[in-house]
Design a protein around this ligand. Structure first.
Ligand SMILES: NC(=O)c1ccc[n+]([C@@H]2O[C@H](COP(=O)([O-])OP(=O)(O)OC[C@H]3O[C@@H](n4cnc5c(N)ncnc54)[C@H](OP(=O)(O)O)[C@@H]3O)[C@@H](O)[C@H]2O)c1
Length: 348
């Protein structure tokens, strides 16, 4: 089988990572990659790491050409896919779409409007989209036509907290997540906060009173317990890639010692190819996961007190974006879930 792939948003970080992964997948052929200003230019001039790997020029956003693909990935800012995807699906009812943006992640259109500041333009597709976290929605993803690929922070936070809620060992509220991201998390469009001279010297929190990933995380955690309530504080750290999240939950009474908590996490992910639970006492390092499609977790119960701490690390561009998108695509096409996703990360 050769699957014809279209990519909207080829000049960005997640688009580049997706091209790298698609090039290494034996069943895929990249047919078109869009860029508005750079259409006609060689892809590897913008992404030199892809020289000799991707031999294409950027195209304009040509709906007819995109609709002629078997699968289209949209790696665009929010607000783009919700306008484009209905047109592509109308033109080719057999097309499959994986959107890396936030456009189809929230089930409730009014909630989307509240957080993204404009009405959702494709409520019908919003209702049909499947949230693409394979560890929780594998069967629905396999049958889906449109998959909403999770955000990077949500991937790290949900994979760490959901098993604890699922097990009933912790209180669903309050939950706490403090997460650190590298500058690539904000995309490739230049911003002052992302300059080396601004971001390079320290760590700072942002959007502590309400980050757009919060409703997405709570929506997923509420599948495990309807009252899940999270305080989420993201931080920007002086690194290119990676997310490290520290997640805290209160134990219900004294229900579980550290070994039981560790066993709960280990059992939940025992058969998951892309979630690694470290031995007791472990501390995941985001740097070890660069380039790999892996979420690495560790669990602690400091001083034997009533708070459980889960540490969760991913590469924001791989398990937090392009790698997870490819994992979802494998499921949607009935391919082995790990195909094209290799093993391990890069360190140092
Ligand atoms: N960065 C991450 O770690 C990460 C992780 C998970 C999810 N995401 C999400 O994935 C999406 C892409 O993120 P990114 O970091 O790759 O962003 P980025 O580096 O800013 O790239 C955005 C891409 O979208 C294209 N684009 C912008 N407006 C467009 C339009 N109206 N029509 C067609 N193409 C358009 C841009 O291409 P041209 O302007 O050249 O046409 C560019 O290639 C975002 O929604 C982001 O929230 C990002």
């Amino acid at each position: 089988m050769t699957i014809k792939v279209g990519l909207v948003g080829g000049t960005g970080y997640t688009g580049a990572e997706l091209m790298r992964l698609v090039a290494g997948h034996p069943e895929l052929r990249l047919d078109c990659v869009t860029a508005r200003e750079l259409s006609g230019k060689v892809v590897s001039d913008t992404h030199p790491q892809l020289r000799g790997v991707v031999d294409l020029v950027f195209s304009t956003v040509d709906n007819e050409r995109l609709a002629a693909c078997d699968v289209v990935f949209t790696a665009t800012p929010h607000g783009v896919a919700m306008r484009l995807v209905p047109i592509l699906l109308a033109a080719n009812p057999a097309l499959k779409v994986i959107d890396l943006s936030a456009d189809f992640r929230l089930h409730d259109a009014s909630e989307w409007e509240r957080w993204y500041g404009e009405p959702h333009t494709a409520p019908e597709q919003l209702a049909e989209a499947v949230y693409g976290l394979p560890e929780y929605h594998r069967e629905a993803i396999a049958k889906a036509q449109l998959v909403a690929n999770p955000g990077c922070y949500p991937t790290a936070v949900i994979l760490g907290l959901a098993p604890l809620l699922e097990s009933g060992l912790v209180r669903p509220a309050p939950l706490f997540a403090s997460a650190v991201s590298g500058t690539s998390g904000a995309g490739r469009i230049p911003r002052v906060a992302q300059l080396l001279s601004e971001a390079g010297g320290g760590v700072s929190a942002y959007n502590a009173s309400g980050h757009r990933h919060l409703p997405e995380i709570e929506q997923a955690l509420r599948e495990q317990n309807a009252v899940a309530e999270l305080s989420f504080v993201p931080h920007l750290a002086p690194m290119g890639r990676g997310i490290h999240a520290t997640l805290c939950a209160q134990l219900i009474a004294d229900m579980a010692d550290e070994k039981t908590l560790h066993h709960t996490l280990q059992e939940r992910y025992a058969h998951e190819p892309f979630v690694d639970v470290m031995p007791l006492g472990g501390h995941p390092r985001s740097g070890d996961l660069r380039g790999g499609n892996l979420c690495r977790l560790a669990i602690h119960r400091p001083q034997g007190r009533g708070v459980v701490v889960v540490l969760s690390a991913i590469d924001n561009l791989v398990k937090g974006a392009a790698g997870q998108a490819l994992q979802n695509m494998n499921l949607m096409f009935g391919l082995p879930e790990s195909q094209g996703l290799g093993v391990g990360g890069l360190a140092p």
